[in-house]
Design a protein around this ligand. Structure first.
Ligand SMILES: C[S@@+](CC[C@H](N)C(=O)[O-])C[C@H]1O[C@@H](n2cnc3c(N)ncnc32)[C@H](O)[C@@H]1O
Length: 285
């Protein structure tokens, strides 16, 4: 059963949108009104794979740890609208030869406090770090789609070219008893809904054309944020990134005429975001 978290004691008097806020995400979200956010697209620090502006694991642990995640997820439950969606992009470090499994801990904790684990999606990269000798190249991250109830908006992207154009084209479906049935296409469309593994070109010059963004050590591709925002929101909805880094999510939201709020604990990253947002001309893609 969903757990209801207490109403914030000091909700922000003048809750304004379309801004970047510098500070600790949990403390800032405590000032947000209940049920104000339509979509979150975010990614946390991945174990200790980057130190950001801190100098070592111990320092990083002061700003981000599993306890902080628990507090953040509870605040998110309070401020998400019914049917709101969180896209949680993450991956694990390999520690002493074993993957940490932190990604799954995050996903299961979201469920524990009342969210749905709506879809476990994959973000596949064309670049991959050189692996240790005994494993394959690591070329994907998780995109957990977490929802508060049933997602209220779903605008599926239809960009998968349908292979069988001929009217005699068939699709097969396996029934629960194992029988294979063949079905004829009735309504043929040239493009069909995309599957839940999304592939992006990554790395310098591909994740974004904004050179300044690469001053942040761990950006996700702009197109990833654009695709999720188009899928889970409509124009004028409010999109949040509480761990915003270079503000990729907010750039995408502004571009798509959505409202946005970005939070990052480090001023230097917030400044990168301000610079990126200045240049954005909103348009509906
Ligand atoms: C993986 S990065 C996000 C990158 C972002 N998706 C982008 O495209 O630029 C995670 C960010 O979380 C921020 N962060 C870590 N702990 C935080 C906290 N307690 N409050 C706010 N931001 C935090 C870090 O400074 C870092 O920029």
């Amino acid at each position: 059963m969903p757990v209801t978290y207490s109403v914030s004691s000091k909700p922000m008097k003048n809750f304004t949108k379309n801004k970047i806020i510098c500070g600790d995400c949990v403390e800032i979200l405590k000032t947000f009104p209940n049920e104000c956010i339509d979509l979150v697209v975010t990614s946390p620090p991945y174990d200790n794979t980057r130190f950001y502006k801190t100098s070592n694991e111990k320092e990083l642990n002061k700003i981000w740890n599993f306890e902080k995640f628990k507090q953040l997820s509870k605040e998110l439950y309070r401020i998400m609208k019914d049917g709101g969606v969180i896209v949680w992009v993450c991956n694990d470090a390999v520690i002493n030869g074993s993957e940490s499994g932190t990604s799954f801990r995050y996903a299961l904790y979201f469920k524990e406090i009342g969210f749905n684990l709506h879809d476990t999606m994959i973000y596949m990269k064309n670049s991959a770090p050189f692996p240790e000798k005994n494993r394959y190249y690591q070329c994907f991250e998780y995109m957990f789609v977490i929802s508060k109830g049933t997602p209220k908006t779903f605008n599926p992207i239809k960009d998968r070219k349908v292979k069988w154009k001929e009217p005699w084209g068939q699709r097969s479906e396996r029934l629960k008893d194992g029988t294979l049935v063949r079905k004829k296409f009735i309504n043929y469309h040239e493009y069909s809904i995309r599957r839940n593994v999304w592939k992006y070109n990554t790395g310098y010059g591909f994740s974004t054309k904004d050179e300044i963004a690469y001053k942040h050590p761990a950006i996700f591709p702009e197109q990833l944020a654009i695709d999720h925002i188009r899928t889970w929101t409509n124009e004028d909805d409010l999109v949040l990134d509480p761990l915003a880094g270079s503000c990729t999510t907010c750039k995408a939201a502004k571009l798509l005429k959505r409202n946005y709020i970005c939070i990052d604990i480090f001023e230097e990253y917030c400044k990168i975001g301000e610079e990126r947002l200045k240049r954005v001309v909103p348009k509906l893609l």
